[in-house]
Design a protein around this ligand. Sequence first.
Ligand code: SF4
Length: 330
Amino acid sequence: MPADKAKPGLVVHTAGWPLNDDAFGGGFLYHLEGNKVTLGYVIGLDYQNPWMSPFEEMQRWKTHPSIKAHIEGGKRLGYGARALNNGTPQALPKLVFPGGAMVGCNAGFLNAARIKGSHAAIKSGMLCAEAAFEAVSAGRQSDELTAFETGFKQSWLFEELWTYRNFKNWFKKSPLMGKLMTGVEHWFLPKVGISNPPWTLHNSTKDHTKLKQAAEMPQITYPKLDGVITFDRLSSVFISNTNHEEQQPAHLTLKDPSVPVQINLGKYAGPESRYCPAGVYEFVNKDGADQLVINAQNCVHCKTCDIKDPTQNIVWVTPDGGGGPNYAGM
Ligand code: SF4
């Protein structure tokens, strides 16, 4: 950023716009040291409209005067994308397995209601380290660190996450319900002496089942990208520092190669060409026949396709080598 615009420490959070009411999301923007700004937009993958492109929604978000003012005159340095698993404590998986454990955002410790997770990642790492130290000191190895799970349930981190356990599920009902009930649970109830809501919401609906067919939803036309505030996907991927070897084994495969054209394109207008933030999936017409091209070398490993593919036909596996993305400075 130009030095006169830098305000290190400034935090901006937004909710909603430019999303419609059938999708959940919001943005963040942080002024860092060294005249840098980092910003991002989060969209719930339970959105319904297959015409929606999360990448283009973020480009549109940057054009809002309140966001644009922070980035105008700057230079784009990096790009990345990832799926956030933040289903609150009800959605946490079993944290331990023989010889290993899941900590931080890997497990889903992010506190979505407070839009923060670093403290939770650090605390879960500390709890795991304490359990590992105890096990190693007792001469144990390759078993399950059950003390980590017990320690978590007795920690302030569990208490904090449990307080916000309904946040996502209220918003899943509707943005209006989300705003109203977040106010009730975290403003009204504490005022009358109830620090923890007496109810717990559960959700077992998978995000990919929420996608409606293209004919049922309005098409979305996104504004032209200007190359100054708003950018295209491929030039963004270029600065994500992703370098896959051309001949490496395929890490994105299809269970049934006929499904993308017959079902995904036929019924859902090819949503993978829009929800992938790296332009990996492209429908092309060759000799009069539609076909799906997978540009796997562009993949930034956000795992959105694994979650959102309506037919669950895409198989993502860990790629060969450490080809990035490499988020320098994050
Ligand atoms: S191919 Fe899948 S995992 Fe890779 S960037 Fe696209 S949506 Fe993300």
